[in-house]
Ligand binder design. Structure first.
Ligand code: 9MJ
Length: 788
């Protein structure tokens, strides 16, 4: 037991450090796979020794049993709100009041009686939720909402799931009782990903990051909170017992940072009103580029003794103020809802609004995403609505002001016919894989079925087809595409390659030279990589990365276009939904026609006939069996079957006794397998998947053997310093895709080190050991060469 305990403690210490490196320092020190291995080892040990589970164990971040209600928490030191400044004058008044309040404490200034300047800390004002985190003996023991400032709710199980909240403080010089206060929020990227997931799952989208953060933090089921991209940033403290903090706001936050508590990277210490205004303007100018929502900046008198002297007025400290940015929310009228048709035929509702100024910009349109969102908002034409513009995010309708609904308000309905081409508009379907059977439900998106016969889809499809990352046809801008479509010269992307000089020259904007340049650019694009071609086709949900993956893994258009959905899901990051999109795109006769026409017009694809090792590596008999989704047969059951029978035909010929003879293969699983195989359609499907895999050149072989075919197989790489073109995570994923291992430290066995600016000891060590070093530009070139 004590050996196990030692190992548990060692694992926790390592995982805490890796978490800190990853979430607070943004500098991962080990590959994810290694982290996962350590994490699973700890989980297993804790399962075997339940008495050893502690609240500060990293395993507690995944959420636990759901609560029935939240209990109440009394804040011994009240959680304050802040006074606001809107105009410059408000800020000057604040500084004047501070100076008057300090009176004699303020040291004499210069000979001219100006008085010394007061030092302030400046921070962005995050637009999230205030929370209090209590650390006792360095361990997080309680998390609470602000509530009304005196009484909040106990959300301990939820704050534990926030990845950058330390469960245990670093160092040892913290006070034995320390209450840290700060804001929980969701970044723009986290918010976009969250809503994308909600859309894909057909669930409700969140109106803004603040609402999403609030909803996530108040979940009684902490597993849901754990799945939300919440972050924490500290800005203050409450109870402190048994020790002392530094004597200024700025230095206290620096202490927090050393103890592993995240603070704002924008924290500054300045003196005098002019410096405060300069900070406000600087952050204001960079507001749209910040990765999270803020609604102003906060200034606090830095010296704690001076804060104590100034005290409070009502529930607001006299030593702090929030200098707000102009409102990002406004009220206006919904004049109409129009429907736009996108490249893939998705019919999207767009709100037409009575123009209104929001944070200095006139807003007259807002996206409504889809009809589920219209229903969620309960929107009617004529309604007064609250709209919001945050950073560079597209304006959104946040809510309806129901009290102001006019009597003649009209329901928003989607037409059954496309507003552009008159074709039918159909609701998309969502396929969800359940054990044993797939369930189909209605998706949130409506699509016009007109495809390229729909002018809106045709124009968007060609704009996408010719774009720089697709066929890269220079000089064919959006307006020209529209013009050529309107002239009736383009009815499909294939018509580009049949364009004739005589039909173009003389069109508005075209003379001899411009016509010849355009035709030359089109001709030049005929030779194209398979990945670009696949991306150019504009298959729903297939972006550049998926297109590259398809091309690299399957090698030929023939294979990609024939691949069964189950076979496509062997590719990393291709889920069943995307696989079905790809499959049905190529199964569609209209699309087949366009592709044949393109090839007939002389488009030549650079294909490799080889099937990539990356793909064949994961296609095992066990995985085929797992993909059949048979009740009670998950990965271990599938593995046992594969081991026992070795081939699908042997399995199909198996009888009841054969199945019962497999060790640790349950009666239930055997029964369920027999039922599955009794259905001829299921057998045919399994055989079709196997036949296709074999046709693609697969052998039932061990994944490890096949992986050696990857270009960087067997190599260990190290990333250090700041990468600017790619994130570290992306770089790591790329390397791993190519078969390399990414390690956290340099040794003689390291194959190559990628060093960005700020690289330190790892770079020095690489140089001492004579290990190859690449800067980011050289690294990108190397990747390009390897992936094409
Ligand atoms: C936010 N929301 O970012 C305070 N805040 O200080 C910062 N809020 C605050 N400080 C005292 N940076 C009460 C609230």
């Amino acid at each position: 037991m004590s050996q196990a305990l030692d190992r548990i403690n060692a694992l926790r210490a390592q995982l805490h450090q890796h978490n800190h490196n990853y979430y607070v320092l943004d500098a991962p020190s080990i590959p994810d796979a290694e982290y996962d291995r350590l994490f699973r080892e700890l989980q297993q040990l804790e399962l075997e020794h339940p008495d050893a589970v502690t609240n500060d164990s990293p395993t507690q971040r995944v959420g636990g049993a759901a609560l029935k209600t939240f209990s109440q928490v009394q804040h011994e030191v009240p959680m304050l709100s802040l006074g606001n400044a809107f105009a410059e004058q408000d800020l000057h008044d604040f500084v004047r009041r501070v100076r008057e309040g300090l009176g004699d404490l303020l040291p004499a200034g210069d000979l001219f009686g100006g008085g010394a300047e007061v030092a302030f800390t400046c921070e962005p004002k995050l637009d999230g939720l205030a929370v209090s985190l209590l650390y006792e003996e360095g361990v997080l023991t309680r998390g609470a909402t602000r509530g009304d400032g005196s009484t909040g709710e106990d959300i301990t199980i939820n704050v534990r799931t926030i990845r950058n909240v330390p469960l245990k403080l670093q160092g040892s010089d913290w006070p034995p009782v320390l209450e840290v206060r700060g804001e929980v929020y969701i970044s723009h990227a986290g918010f976009a990903a969250l809503n994308q997931r909600a859309l894909a799952e057909g669930s409700k989208v969140f109106a803004n990051p603040r609402n999403a953060a609030a909803g996530s933090l108040r979940q009684l089921d902490s597993k849901i909170t754990a799945s939300r991209p919440l972050e924490f940033c500290a800005y203050g403290f409450g109870r402190v017992e048994g020790g002392e903090l530094a004597d200024s706001q700025y230095h206290i936050l620096q202490q927090f940072k050393r103890w592993g508590i995240p603070i704002s990277p924008e924290l500054r210490q300045v003196s005098g009103a002019e410096a405060l205004l300069a900070y406000y303007q600087d952050i204001g100018a960079r507001r749209a580029a910040l990765s999270y929502d803020i609604d102003g900046v906060v200034f606090k008198v830095d010296d704690l003794a001076w804060q104590a002297q100034l005290g409070f007025r009502a529930r607001e400290p006299r030593w702090a103020i929030a200098h707000k940015f102009p409102a990002q929310e406004e009220i206006t009228t919904l004049l109409d809802v129009e429907f736009q048709v996108g490249r893939t035929g998705a019919v999207t509702p767009v709100a037409r609004l009575a123009p209104v100024q929001v944070a200095g910009v006139t807003v007259s349109n807002a996206t409504l995403h889809n009809m589920d969102e219209v229903a969620r908002l309960g929107l009617m034409i004529g309604d007064t609505v609250v709209i919001r513009r945050a950073g560079d995010v597209i304006p959104q309708v946040v809510s309806v002001v129901l009290e102001r609904r006019p009597d003649d308000a009209q329901a928003v309905t989607i037409a059954c016919q496309c507003p552009v081409c008159g074709s039918a508009v159909e609701r998309t379907q969502l396929i969800k894989r359940g054990k044993g059977k797939d369930s189909v439900s209605e998706g949130a998106v409506y699509r016009c079925v007109g495809r390229l016969a729909c002018q809106a889809q045709l124009i968007q499809a060609i704009i996408h087809f010719v774009s720089r990352r697709a066929m890269d046809i220079d000089g064919l801008g959006d307006k020209i595409v529209e013009q050529l479509v309107n002239e009736g010269l383009l009815r499909s992307p294939a018509d580009l390659y049949a364009l004739q000089y005589e039909r173009i020259v003389g069109l508005e904007g075209f003379a001899d030279l411009s016509t010849r340049n355009l035709l030359a650019a089109i001709a030049q694009s005929r030779q194209v990589s398979l990945a670009r071609f696949i991306y150019a086709l504009g298959i729903p949900d297939v972006g550049e990365e998926t297109a590259k993956l398809l091309a690299r893994a399957l090698g030929s258009l023939a294979r990609i276009s024939q691949a069964l959905p189950e076979v496509l899901t062997y590719l990393p990051d291709v889920g069943l939904e995307v696989a079905h999109e790809i499959h049905s795109f190529f199964a569609d006769s209209h699309n087949q026609h366009v592709i044949s026409a393109l090839l007939e017009q002389g488009v030549v694809l650079e294909e490799s006939s080889e099937l990539h090792a990356e793909f064949s590596a994961c296609a095992t008999l066990a995985s085929v069996l797992e993909k059949l989704n048979i009740n009670h047969i998950a990965s271990t059951g599938a593995q046992r079957l594969a081991q026992r029978f070795g081939s699908l035909s042997a399995l199909l010929a198996a009888d009841w006794l054969d199945l019962r003879s497999i060790e640790r293969f349950t009666e239930k699983a055997a029964q369920s397998l027999r039922e599955f195989l009794a259905n001829p359609a299921n057998v045919a499907r399994a055989q079709a998947i196997e036949a296709q895999l074999l046709e693609f050149g697969m052998h039932w072989q061990s994944p490890k053997q096949a992986l050696t075919g990857l270009p960087l197989a067997g190599q260990t790489w190290v990333l250090t310093g700041t990468l600017e073109i790619m994130s570290r995570e992306q770089a790591k994923a790329k390397l791993e895709d190519l078969g390399a291992k990414v390690a956290g430290s340099v040794s003689a066995k390291t194959h190559c080190v990628v060093a960005g600016p700020g690289a330190g000891s790892k770079l020095t060590k690489a140089q001492q050991l004579g290990v190859a070093v690449l800067d980011e530009a050289a690294f990108m070139q190397r990747l390009q060469a390897l992936t094409g």
